[in-house]
Write a protein that binds this ligand. Structure first.
Ligand SMILES: [Zn+2]
Length: 265
């Protein structure tokens, strides 16, 4: 991939300005080998994996604000409605999408209507629609690529400030991705922050819960603790970290999730 193509992928990740982020590499798919660093007018990226050549930096014009240049393109105000593209089809129209939902314990959430899930025929992604809880209208969507040829693995359409929520339970759990949020949603409200960093804009969507667990994927336990302490400092009094020893939450069935959080009956 040339510089421009890499830049397009990295910009598509929607990393806010003045942020340093570590994540799975969107180019070689290796776990947690990719860093993105942004300032108010530059974006740099680098993959630590030996076999991967992803690397680059773009400096914005000093007089132009990076936020305006890079993020305004898709900037949708929180109240604005996201119009579903024509390429979003019913999820049943694609076997790989259905298979993904079954393999990642999302099928039940989809069937019971707790999650609105589509298939994007243009990008070959299974797409989880994000609703704005204030307006109850679509605000954006989050798509998971269905083959290794689809970059980046996760793509955010429309508004990037509202987390994906699945379920209406009294306790909630902060997870990394939409599949995990769906997998827990029979037992707890799943809230996906799409990565291991909490955005300032996410906090107001975390308020109405009795207990708020943080359970990022098992390779990000340290980040779970740092999010927990960030929320506690922000005034939340109901935060608990759930350490995952074996697998990510999307690998567990409803009875297993129930036992994990509330013990055996
Ligand atoms: Zn890489």
């Amino acid at each position: 991939m040339n510089f421009q193509q890499q830049l397009a992928v990295v910009e598509g990740l929607g990393v806010p300005p003045d942020t340093q982020m570590r994540m799975d590499c969107p180019f070689c798919q290796n776990k947690n080998t990719f860093t993105v660093t942004t300032t108010s007018n530059s974006i740099g990226w680098y993959c630590f994996h030996a076999s991967c050549s992803a690397k680059g930096k773009k400096n914005g014009e000093k007089t132009m604000d990076y936020v305006n240049v890079t993020f305004k393109k898709e900037d949708i105000k929180p109240q604005e409605e996201f119009k579903l593209p024509d390429s979003f089809k019913i999820v049943h129209s694609n076997n790989k999408a259905l298979q993904y939902l079954h393999e990642n314990n999302c099928w039940e959430a989809c069937m019971w209507g707790r999650a609105d899930i589509k298939y994007d025929v243009k990008q070959d992604r299974v797409v989880f629609l994000v609703k704005n809880p204030d307006t109850n209208k679509y605000a954006g969507a989050i798509g998971r690529g269905l083959s290794s040829k689809v970059y980046p693995k996760w793509y955010m359409y429309g508004n990037k400030d509202i987390p994906f929520k699945c379920g209406e339970c009294k306790d909630a759990v902060i997870v990394e991705d939409c599949a995990s949020a769906c997998a827990v949603s029979n037992i707890l409200t799943g809230i996906a922050i799409m990565g291991t960093s909490l955005k300032e804009s996410h906090k107001k969507y975390l308020e109405p819960y009795e207990t708020l667990y943080v359970a990022l994927d098992r390779d990000a336990t340290k980040k779970s603790y740092s999010i927990a302490s960030e929320l506690t400092s922000a005034g939340f009094k109901n935060i608990k970290v759930k350490v995952l020893h074996e697998y990510d939450l999307k690998c567990y069935s409803t009875p297993e999730i129930k036992e994990m959080f509330y013990g055996k009956e």
